[in-house]
Every structure is written in C-alpha cells, then in structure tokens.
Design a binder for this molecule. Structure first.
Ligand SMILES: NC(=O)c1ccc[n+]([C@@H]2O[C@H](COP(=O)([O-])OP(=O)(O)OC[C@H]3O[C@@H](n4cnc5c(N)ncnc54)[C@H](O)[C@@H]3O)[C@@H](O)[C@H]2O)c1
Length: 416
C-alpha cells in the first residue's frame, strides 16, 4: 500500500453520479478537485457534495465542458457517470489526458466505440474500468466462490436479466433530465446487459481462457410504456401513443468458445418487482434466483432429491471472503453494499498503479452486446459475431492482479 492521494474529477452528476461521488469521498485518499455536468445546477450540486465531505475550504472547480476540464486540470482519475452514449467518448478523453477512467454501466452504441476504448487504453497505458457493481454483490460473490470450489461441477449454462420496472423513470426523462427515454424511443435491443453479464463473464472466465463468440436477440412488441403513460398522463400527451422502438422484453442468447450458453433478458417496461433472475447450471448442481430476496440452490449430493434449498443456508460455509471481511468492517450504503466495493476496487487500482479487476477488455466485451443485439434484432435475430477485443490474448493472457477486490479468482491470502 502507498500513501498517494488521487486527484479526481467527477463528470456527470445526475442521481447516480451524485451518489457515487458522495460514496467515493468516504475513501480518505480520494481528493476531488473538479466536477462537471452540462447542467449548471448539477455541477454546483457536485461542488456541494465535495465540500460537505471535505469541508468548505476544500478547493474544487466546477465545469460545464469536460474538454475544458481535461485541458485545465492535472488529474489521476475520472469518475464518469453521464449518459450511455457519452461514457466512452469521455473515457477516451480522460485516458488521453493521463487519467485512469471509471465509467458507469450502460451498453455501447457501436463496435467502434469499444475499440476506441481498448486502443486508447493500450496506447496511453491508462485503464478504463466499467463500474459493474453486480460483480461485487454478496449473492453473486458467494455463487462465484462456490463455482471456484467445484460445488456446481462444470458450468454449462448461465442466465440473467435486468428486470427493473422503470416505466416512470423512462417516461419522465424530459421532465427529470434523464438519459434513458431517448434510448427506448429510438433503439431496439439489449440496452443494459452488463449487470448480469459481468458476473457471468467472470464466472465463465471470459477474456481469460474463454470468450463470447456470437449472439442472437429477439424483441417482443412494445406496449408497457404506452400503457403507463395512458394511466399517468393526460389526453393528448405524446408518449401515450408514441411508437417506442424498444421491445418490452428483449432476449439474447450468447455462445461461448468453451461451449457454454448465456441467456439475457432486458425487461424494464413490465410491472414486476426487481430481479436479475441469475441462473447458473453445472454438472453437479444449480443456482436459481427467483426474485431479489429469494434464491435457491440444488446439488446432486443432496439427500432429498428434486428439492431446492434456500440460499441462506449456504452463507456460513461459502460466503466470499471479501464479504466476510466487509460485514465485520461495516457494510456501506449503496445497493446493499456492492457500490462501495466496486468504487474501492477502482480507487485501489488507481492508487497502486495496477490493472483493475474489471479491465478495458471486460468493459468492451460486456458493453458491445448492446449494439450487436440491436443489429441482430434488426435483421430478424440473425447471429452476430462478437469481436475479440483481446486480439487473441484471451488464450494466453498476462496474469491478473491478485488482491482483495479481485474477481478473476478468490484471493484468500488477502484476508488472513
Ligand atoms: N450501477 C448501478 O447500479 C447504476 C444505478 C443507476 C444508474 N447507473 C448508471 O449511471 C449512469 C448515470 O445514471 P443517472 O440515473 O444519474 O442518469 P442521468 O441521465 O440522470 O444523469 C446523467 C448526467 O450526466 C450529465 N451529462 C450528460 N452528458 C454530459 C457531458 N457530455 N458532460 C458532462 N455531463 C453530462 C447530464 O446532464 C446528467 O446530469 C447511467 O449510465 C446509468 O445507467 C448505474
């Protein structure tokens, strides 16, 4: 561990950016020197968050334009929580300005955008880490730990989804200056793949001995947003009858080089409680998330055949060591604690000058699923090849960095 402080800029201060900045400032070696949002009141809100955490006298400059910010500031890192279609271009500018970049989750609009991230990272030696907090969720981490111990045998199939009723948030995008609405109006595909794809890729060793080869997507009709607007908006309101492009449920199937299959569901316009419906199936057992609070495990070794057991009975034996440690240290706020873990992973990598646990190859491979699924849907579910952003290195990569926040292995030695 070193004593370096990190000079950081926070760009994008909507609801998520404000929450992430507030949380990141709980890490003492983070020094936020600049904030930026195209909406002046939001940039000012960022200044307030920094001063609330670090005192009124703390110097923090406010910008409306990230290009100007990168020209004027000398920085180590950038936290980028803007809209889906702006994350990559800002991350590229950040890396070119000598910063390590963290980008909030979202899908890519083009394959080229993902290559730009990869090439800029390779050329500058700076990293770009997708802040995929679900890789650090307690449940996902325990399932990963169980997989590493061979409890499920050889994994053959995984599933997951982003099933989040966001009808109000999407529909009120203009009123609340929120980025999702335009995507649902104009795009049709798996718009938000990474929450479940991230943990699945780490489980299957994607980019390290495995890779995703191709996908095919199918979209249902679009009805949920119109129905919500008919119920909540007056006669004549444009979104009541707007022909939204995005199907209510978009299902994507992915084939991996080592033979596994992955199924993803994007489902944000249906009335239903939140769930990622994570499923892992192997030769010795299965895990299945029924709802956010109800997950089940079945193992071939159970005495009672054909009967699931609740996940709660497994934490004592299989809890991931990071979560064992975190629960004794005190779990921080933010989606049940996972937000602080992913931010800590980012901060530690910047401070120590190491590759992050979610690197630019992971970031590109997970994000690209969005634009490829759009292409597949548009062409009648045609299979679409998934680029290998490692350029062949996935068969023989440099070793990953072991550490407390590693998601490529369980590094018990860091918790002794
Ligand atoms: N990981 C999670 O659990 C989680 C949860 C919520 C949101 N998110 C993600 O976080 C991101 C932000 O979400 P949000 O709900 O705050 O969205 P939002 O649309 O409310 O906020 C985005 C902010 O970025 C600003 N912005 C847009 N373009 C900009 C630019 N060029 N320069 C500077 N600022 C710019 C906007 O003015 C806005 O304030 C999204 O990618 C979202 O998917 C992740």
């Amino acid at each position: 561990m070193n004593n370096k402080t990190i000079r950081l800029a926070a760009i994008g201060l909507g609801g998520r950016g404000r929450g992430q900045l507030d949380l990141l400032l709980k890490i003492p070696y983070i020094n936020c020197v600049a904030v930026c949002d195209t909406v002046p009141e939001r940039a000012e809100e960022g200044v307030r968050i920094v001063k609330k955490n670090r005192g009124e006298e703390h110097e923090v400059r406010s910008y409306l334009d990230y290009v100007e910010l990168f020209k004027k500031e000398k920085l180590d890192a950038a936290l980028i929580c803007t809209t889906w279609i702006t994350h990559s271009r800002i991350a590229v500018a950040a890396m070119k300005a000598g910063c390590d970049a963290a980008i909030e989750v979202g899908g890519a609009a083009s394959v080229e955008e993902c290559w730009q991230l990869v090439r800029t990272s390779e050329e500058t030696g700076k990293f770009c880490m997708l802040l995929e907090n679900c890789c650090y969720d307690r449940k996902e981490m325990m399932v990963y730990n169980m997989m590493r111990q061979g409890v499920f045998g050889e994994i053959t199939h995984c599933e997951g989804g982003y099933r989040h009723d966001l009808r109000d948030e999407i529909s009120l995008g203009r009123e609340n200056i929120h980025g999702r609405l335009y995507n649902f109006q104009h795009r049709n595909g798996e718009l938000y793949p990474t929450h479940q794809l991230g943990p699945i890729c780490k489980l299957l060793g994607v980019n390290r001995g495995n890779r995703m080869l191709y996908l095919t997507s199918m979209a249902s009709k679009s009805r949920g947003l119109n129905e919500w607007n008919r119920q909540h908006q007056p006669e004549g309101y444009d979104l009541r009858e707007y022909p939204f492009n995005c199907g209510d449920v978009v299902s994507t199937m992915i084939k991996c080089a080592n033979g596994e299959t992955i199924v993803l569901h994007h489902d944000c316009s249906t009335p239903r409680p939140y769930s990622r419906n994570y499923v892992v199936e192997g030769t010795k057992g299965s895990f299945m998330e029924i709802s956010d609070t109800n997950s089940l495990i079945y193992l071939d070794s159970f005495e009672k055949k054909h009967e699931w057991q609740h996940i709660d009975g497994f934490y004592e034996k299989y809890e991931h060591p990071l979560w064992k440690w975190y629960r004794t240290e005190g779990v921080k706020a933010g989606h049940g604690g996972m937000d602080f873990l992913v931010l800590s992973a980012f901060a530690e990598s910047v401070r120590d000058g190491t590759r992050p646990p979610i690197d630019v190859y992971d970031t590109a491979a997970w994000m690209v699923v969005t634009c490829l699924s759009e292409q597949s849907v548009a062409m009648g579910s045609t299979p679409v090849p998934i680029p290998d952003f490692t350029n062949g290195m996935w068969i023989d990569r440099e070793p990953f960095v072991r550490g407390r926040y590693c998601v490529d292995a369980v590094c018990d030695e860091f918790f002794e």
